[in-house]
Design a protein around this ligand. Structure first.
Ligand SMILES: Cc1cc2nc3c(=O)[nH]c(=O)nc-3n(C[C@H](O)[C@H](O)[C@H](O)COP(=O)(O)O)c2cc1C
Ligand SMILES: CCCCCCCCCCC(=O)C(=O)O
Length: 372
């Protein structure tokens, strides 16, 4: 099959598998423990039905929207994923170029193999910086200041990693980074990141993260973060209405409903299953975004109908990158854009704000729904 024959983003996964070593493909593709949540992220979208409206003039459809005040061409954005140079030599640079070309947001991971300044140097594009908080707060503060200086528009604080989840494939593979790669923005943290390139009896990522991440982090640390940056802060990893309320109280500018692509707590719910709970708790005070299992334009429509202001995509972007670098990421984003446009037109929506709660039925609204 040639690349021109790739018609949906799922097809990139098998192609990426052919290109990557088992250790790296497993790192990108798998989840925690029994991987129940990994499957559930996909299944949960499959349990939502779309209620299309017909005879609506959809001759002129507009997918554009605003995210934290920035205009983007579509509500489909690039989630932070670490170690993109394991997928392609150009790594995060290729992803950043693709996101900019498709006029959407890219979130750069704290675990990137490319420095945030190098990514910024590609030029225009709306980029956010994803942050892990380490025990060494001064180091973290300096990275946040660097992101601000380099023109990043927001800090995405990941709240669901007090330690790494049990990623059994990474443990079995004794995951290590190749010697030529670094976590470019944190190379000196905790006395250095050389453990990431040294063989251990476990996953070197887990060994490093569990030693260096600050597992005492609480809501009060949002105040600390707000004290060192004027950038808006999004909190990533919210799965309950209770935490959404605490997030709003702590002054975040937005919430990302996420289970970290099922890589942290197995048997956590699918993000889309709890989206509405979070949206209702937030009561419109800040935008709510979603990631996890978005593989179709129809998934985007479902998430927006349930109240999301936009979605982020993780693995499909990495698979596109692995298969064809910048062009592969662009194609993944284009496929999702085109599918989303088709879904909007067939559901009778001309504008993003035309997508409403009445466009979907969830499981609880269909008592006889067959369990997938
Ligand atoms: C390979 C990989 C690396 C990731 N790295 C990070 C990271 O560095 N920081 C973070 O907050 N989330 C990270 N995530 C989670 C993603 O941001 C996102 O929540 C998840 O991938 C969304 O699910 P999806 O892959 O089904 O789209 C990573 C996910 C994957 C698959
Ligand atoms: C900033 C340096 C972090 C080094 C490794 C920590 C593990 C995180 C890996 C990225 C991630 O979140 C993931 O899901 O994978």
């Amino acid at each position: 099959m040639s690349l021109a024959e790739v018609v949906n983003v799922n097809e990139y996964e098998a192609r990426a598998k052919q290109k990557l070593s088992k250790m790296f493909f497993d790192y990108f593709s798998t989840g925690a423990e029994d991987q129940w949540t990994l499957q559930e992220n996909i299944r949960a979208f499959g349990r939502i039905r779309i209620r299309p409206r017909v005879l609506v003039d959809v001759s002129d459809v507009d997918l554009s929207t605003k995210v934290l005040g920035y205009k983007v061409s579509m509500p489909i954005m690039v989630a932070p994923t670490g170690h993109q140079k394991l997928a392609h030599a150009e790594g995060e640079l290729a992803t950043a170029r693709a996101a900019a070309a498709e006029d959407t947001v890219m979130v750069l991971s704290s675990s990137a193999n490319t420095s945030l300044e190098d990514v910024a140097s590609i030029g225009s594009g709306i980029r956010f910086f994803q942050l892990y908080i380490f025990k060494d707060r001064e180091y973290v503060a300096e990275v946040v200041r660097r992101a601000e200086r380099a023109g990043y528009k927001a800090i995405v604080l990941t709240g669901d990693v007090p330690r790494l989840g049990n990623r059994e494939n990474d443990i079995k593979n004794r995951f290590t980074l190749p010697a030529h790669l670094t976590v470019a923005n944190f190379v000196g943290i905790g006395g250095g990141t050389s453990i990431l390139t040294s063989k251990t009896n476990e996953s070197s990522l887990a060994a490093f993260a569990n030693a260096q991440f600050d597992s005492s982090l609480t809501w009060k640390d949002i105040a600390w973060l707000k004290g060192i940056t004027s950038l808006p802060i999004l909190i990533k990893g919210i799965l309950t209405g209770e935490d959404a309320v605490l997030a709003v109280r702590s002054g975040v500018a937005g919430i990302m409903v996420s289970n970290h692509g099922a890589r942290q707590l197995d048997f956590a719910p699918a993000s889309v299953s709890v989206l509405e709970e979070v949206v209702q708790a937030v009561q419109g005070r800040v935008p709510v975004f979603l990631d996890g299992g978005v593989r179709r334009g129809s998934d985007v429509l479902k998430a927006l109908a349930l109240g999301a202001a936009g979605v982020f995509v993780g693995r499909p972007v990495v698979y596109g990158l692995a298969v064809d670098g910048e062009a592969g990421v662009r194609k993944v984003l284009k496929i999702l854009r085109d599918e989303f446009q088709v879904s909007m037109m067939l559901a009778g929506c001309r504008r993003i704000q035309d997508i409403t709660r009445s466009h979907v039925l969830t499981e609880s609204e269909l008592p006889c729904f067959s369990k997938l």
